[in-house]
Design a protein around this ligand. Structure first.
Ligand SMILES: CC(C)(COP(=O)(O)OP(=O)(O)OC[C@H]1O[C@@H](n2cnc3c(N)ncnc32)[C@H](O)[C@@H]1OP(=O)(O)O)[C@@H](O)C(=O)NCCC(=O)NCCS
Length: 172
């Protein structure tokens, strides 16, 4: 299994995943649900690639990197890393968002994908903790986070807020 950064060579598989990912599932939003391959290749992929070094984006926009989880030749899921927090992200979606292909869920891919994503995030993120948010009824995602060392740091009516230390226990 490997995490591969979004790239031009994997365009067809990335498009298939992006187009079939729901527009909003458990708060994970995807404005490109149903996009055609032509539009993906011409507009969406260049835009997503640019998110890592944003140009001409509004002030609130934080650099964001897209990664895909691959198992052999099959794209299994998507992991997005926001490079630092703003007040809105601190109280909201946090640093990382992810999804796993529906038919591959419940097989450990979410847990392993977040583990691999944390390895990368730890090198990017300046904060001491990695912030995550999950809907209260999203037990699968909550378990993915807890399996990766997350602690409950807060809650509101709809969400739990979790944090994972940037330093791994063995490095402390
Ligand atoms: C959340 C998500 C990424 C989990 O991916 P996954 O590959 O199914 O995760 P795993 O296989 O590693 O499973 C994690 C845990 O959830 C449990 N789980 C999986 N599906 C479940 C379900 N429908 N109900 C309850 N528990 C479930 C698994 O049993 C496992 O628990 P365990 O290891 O303690 O037994 C996936 O369900 C998904 O893409 N959901 C839609 C998008 C989303 O919710 N993203 C997260 C937003 S915070």
């Amino acid at each position: 299994m490997e995490l591969r950064k979004i790239n031009l060579a994997d365009a067809a598989a990335q498009w298939e995943y992006t187009a079939s990912l729901p527009a909003d599932e458990n708060g994970l939003t995807n404005p490109w649900h149903g996009v055609s391959y032509e539009e993906y290749a011409a507009k969406v992929l260049p835009l997503q690639l640019s998110y890592e070094h944003p140009v001409g984006m509004p002030d609130w926009f934080v650099p964001e990197s897209y990664y895909y989880l691959w198992d052999g030749g099959r794209l299994i899921g998507e992991f997005r890393i926001r490079h630092h927090l703003t007040e809105a992200l601190r109280k909201g979606a946090g640093h990382i968002g992810y999804s796993i292909r529906r038919e591959e869920r419940g097989r450990g891919f979410g847990t392993e994908g977040l583990r691999l994503t944390l390895e990368i995030a730890r090198k990017i993120i300046p904060e001491d903790e990695i912030y995550l948010r999950v809907n209260r009824d999203n037990i699968a995602s909550l378990r993915v986070m807890l399996h990766n060392g997350a602690r409950l740091a807060g809650e509101d009516a709809e969400h739990f807020f979790l944090r994972i230390p940037k330093k791994k226990p063995e490095d402390a």
